[in-house]
Design a protein around this ligand. Structure first.
Ligand SMILES: *Cc1c(COP(=O)(O)O)cnc(C)c1O
Length: 229
């Protein structure tokens, strides 16, 4: 079941790329495995998944040792500063950097391990009160400051688009994030790139890919509905 779902999602990404003349190899599928048991992650692993997305520090710690070493764990959820130390040397990327204080904490913890941590800046493009993330006009000043933290590797932007029935309704959100990343790229800020654009979830990842996503975060479409207790 998971293998079939994965195949379908990969095909959909491929078709979305073809529709706009992009190379499917530019798009990384992050399999969002939050709340799902390790057995299901192993099934996805056996079907060639290596990039998993989780939104809780505790869950990453619980699952980390139970999957092979070549898994790349992506922290996609809101990150509290006091928990950075538990995962800073375990994650391949943090998608949810949304304050200078958090960036500074990651800097300190990464320095202790003598590593550079790839991060994305979370942008609340739709300006939903319920969501974390910087406002569009806060992003450039933020990056100019965070770029000075040597153990942070700012790789791009991330957004969580609103929940919509019709994915077309999020196209403009994705366009705005893409435009913002191009504008920032044009500033040629030292020590940062805008090579990653993390946008699109189960309901709208094909539209996101058409608008330039280089990472899509798909949970339900791979692992099925989540049961929250
Ligand atoms: C849960 C989650 C996803 C995946 O959502 P689906 O709709 O199940 O694909 C993607 N991104 C973030 C930040 C999430 O928390």
């Amino acid at each position: 079941m998971i293998a079939e779902n994965l195949q379908q999602v990969r095909n959909n990404i491929k078709r979305a790329c073809e529709a706009v003349g992009r190379d499917p190899d530019e798009v990384t599928l992050v399999a969002v495995s939050k709340t799902k048991p390790v057995e299901m992650l192993k099934e996805a692993y056996d079907a060639q998944t290596r990039v998993f997305g989780e939104n809780k520090v505790q869950e990453i710690m619980d699952k980390y040792d139970r999957l092979p070493d070549d898994v790349q764990w992506h922290m996609i959820g809101h990150l509290q500063r006091n928990k950075v130390k538990y995962i800073v040397d375990k994650v391949a990327m943090i998608h949810s950097v949304d304050s200078l204080r958090l960036a500074e904490t990651i800097e300190q913890e990464a320095a202790k391990h003598d590593i550079r941590v790839p991060v994305l800046v979370e942008v609340n493009v739709a300006q939903e009160d319920s969501k974390f993330g910087l406002k569009v006009d806060e992003v450039l000043p933020f990056i100019e400051q965070a770029a000075q933290l040597p153990h942070l590797e700012i790789k791009g932007l991330m957004t969580i688009a609103p929940y919509v029935e019709n994915p077309e309704n999020n196209r403009e959100i994705f366009r705005q994030l893409k435009k913002l990343s191009v504008d920032i790229e044009d500033k040629n800020i030292n020590n940062i790139t805008m090579s990653v654009l993390s946008m699109g979830m189960t309901g709208d990842y094909e539209v996101a890919v058409q608008e330039g996503a280089t990472m899509v975060r798909v949970g339900t479409g791979i692992f099925g509905e989540r049961n929250y207790l």
